[in-house]
Design a protein. Structure first.
Length: 373
């Protein structure tokens, strides 16, 4: 027993030299609390040695930054003084005191250990408590036969259990973090893919819109050109119509005028001619001469009057001939104009008789069919 305790003391003497390693800032700080013996059978020096051994086992695992015994005793003394002043606590075996001690030591975790016995079997129970949460994270226990060798093995088993459990929790946490990271990455990928599809769809819609607008502009341009062409064609047709109608109307007017001149002029002047000729012929009869002498008309006056009727008759005859010639000329000119108009109408029959126009539009084509009779 003394030999084992000597080994514990020798180990604990040099253990503070290894209390921190180079990467201690990356490890959790651990404070090992004093053991609580509920059996009442274990000597205080054995409890102190076991506590220090547990501290050394945690430290040698390389998983934690273990707070040294000396520093921990200083803080325990300060807290005990405070509690003794308040007359509330006589030791720091209480959970609240130990959590406060861990906070004072700036520890992340504390190990609280209790020794019990039942049916001649000793049991060591340790709890790893998170200072920030003030909640037990991991619990471990080991039975032993009451000897110091058994206690040593039980403490090593407890540390191994805690480290194993904590490693499993760390692995689970790492797996959760990895899964969460993967989930976020997948969500980001989906979001980027969705954004890419949205942008692609947006570009497609914009391109389609631009295409439709361009098609609309082209259709409007084509429609405008077609309308201008149609209007130009209609103006040309109207001009041709006016020209043809002018020829027909003028020709018809000349024919009517010629007929009027022929009919009215010849008839009228022929009647005048006949009347004047009858008067002239009558004046050549003896009866007319005798009547003129009886009336006291001189020979010269009579001859003058007779010549007047003859001249008037000749004039009316000449005018009748002239009316015939003028009427014939007018009629001939009218007929010629009408013939020219008809020939011109026949020449442009494809425009005048049937004019079909196709006009493109934004929603199709418009067709117009015009007839002229």
């Amino acid at each position: 027993m003394k030999r084992i305790l000597g080994i514990f003391v020798l180990f604990f003497t040099f253990s503070p030299l290894f209390a921190y390693d180079d990467d201690e800032d990356e490890k959790l700080k651990l404070a090992v609390m004093e053991f609580e013996d509920k059996t009442g059978r274990i000597q205080p020096n054995t409890l102190d040695a076991a506590t220090e051994y547990l501290r050394s086992v945690f430290m040698s695992s390389g998983k934690y930054v273990v707070i040294s015994k000396g520093r921990q005793k200083e803080k325990v003394s300060e807290i005990r003084k405070e509690y003794n002043t308040n007359s509330t606590y006589k030791s720091c075996n209480d959970r609240t005191c130990q959590i406060q001690l861990g906070q004072a030591l700036s520890a992340d975790l504390i190990v609280q250990t209790t020794i019990t016995s039942f049916a001649e079997v000793y049991t060591i129970s340790s709890e790893l408590t998170d200072i920030e949460k003030e909640a037990t994270e991991i619990g471990a226990r080991a039975d032993y036969d009451g000897t110091e060798i058994g206690m040593k093995a039980a403490l090593e088993s407890i540390v191994a259990q805690i480290i194993e459990i904590q490693q499993k929790e760390a692995d689970k946490k790492a797996a959760r973090l990895a899964a969460e990271k993967q989930r976020k990455q997948e969500e980001e990928l989906r979001a980027r893919e969705e954004k890419r599809r949205e942008e692609e769809e947006k570009r497609r819609l914009e391109a389609e819109k631009r295409k439709q607008e361009e098609e609309q502009r082209q259709a409007e341009k084509a429609e405008k050109l077609a309308l201008e062409k149609q209007k130009e064609k209609e103006n040309k047709i109207a001009k041709i119509k006016r020209s043809i109608n002018a020829l027909k109307y003028t020709g018809t007017a000349f024919i009517i005028a010629g007929a009027a001149v022929i009919g009215g002029g010849i008839a009228g002047f022929t009647i005048d001619y006949k009347n004047e000729r009858d008067k002239y012929d009558k004046m050549l009869t003896p009866e007319s001469i005798r009547d003129a002498i009886n009336k006291g008309m001189t020979k010269s006056e009579y001859i003058k009057s007779a010549n007047k009727h003859r001249n008037n008759a000749n004039k009316s005859r000449n005018l009748a001939f002239a009316c015939g010639a003028v009427g014939a000329a007018l009629t001939g000119m009218g007929i010629a104009l009408v013939v020219v108009g008809v020939e011109k109408e026949e020449k442009y029959e494809h425009l005048l008789l049937k004019d079909i126009s196709v006009i493109p539009s934004s929603d199709g084509f418009y067709a117009s069919l015009n007839f002229n009779f």
